[in-house]
Design a protein around this ligand. Sequence first.
Ligand code: HEC
Length: 169
Amino acid sequence: MSREEDRKFIRNFMAVIGVLVFVAVALILISTGLYEGESEARKELAAERAARHLEPVGKVRLTGEPAPASTGGGEEAAAGGGGEPRSGEEVTGAVCAACHESGAMNAPKIGDEAAWADRVDKGLATLVDHSANGFNNMPPQKGQASEEEIRAAILWMVEDQSGVEVPQG
Ligand code: HEC
């Protein structure tokens, strides 16, 4: 091959390489453009999912159930407004069962006599206080039910359903 032919070959070869590089860069730009559009949507979805997963357990409220007592909770909420306090069974179904039915986070289960027997010695007042304001793994329940309703729910879960008597105090 002559030098002339070599040079021609190299020129063509460089031209082809140049076109390929151009195409590669164009594809990179196009794909990052596409990916950015998608990643916004993905970020939103991820944030939405994270928010959903971070919601407290037991916040579910089924249609037809009464609205929660004001976050102030306490007797005032039950006495002042919001109508009749719910029965222990109703409160349990609406609020407490989310954990105490399944034993989520080691909550003592409804009907588990031994689990409750270990706890009732503290007395009803302390149990109400622990439920309203939170205790170890149990988040405060006072936003979900008044103190009166919490007391009724404890008596229903522990005395009626688990057969363990709760001492006053
Ligand atoms: C988010 C889950 C959750 C919900 C909802 C919940 N509990 Fe609990 N509860 C727990 C867990 C977990 C424990 C065990 C706490 C521990 O000792 O670690 C517990 C413990 C208790 C105890 C024993 C406290 C003590 O001093 O030993 C009582 C009483 C109680 N719950 C009542 C209620 C009542 C009444 C409701 C509804 C108004 C309720 N809980 C709703 C998770 C929950």
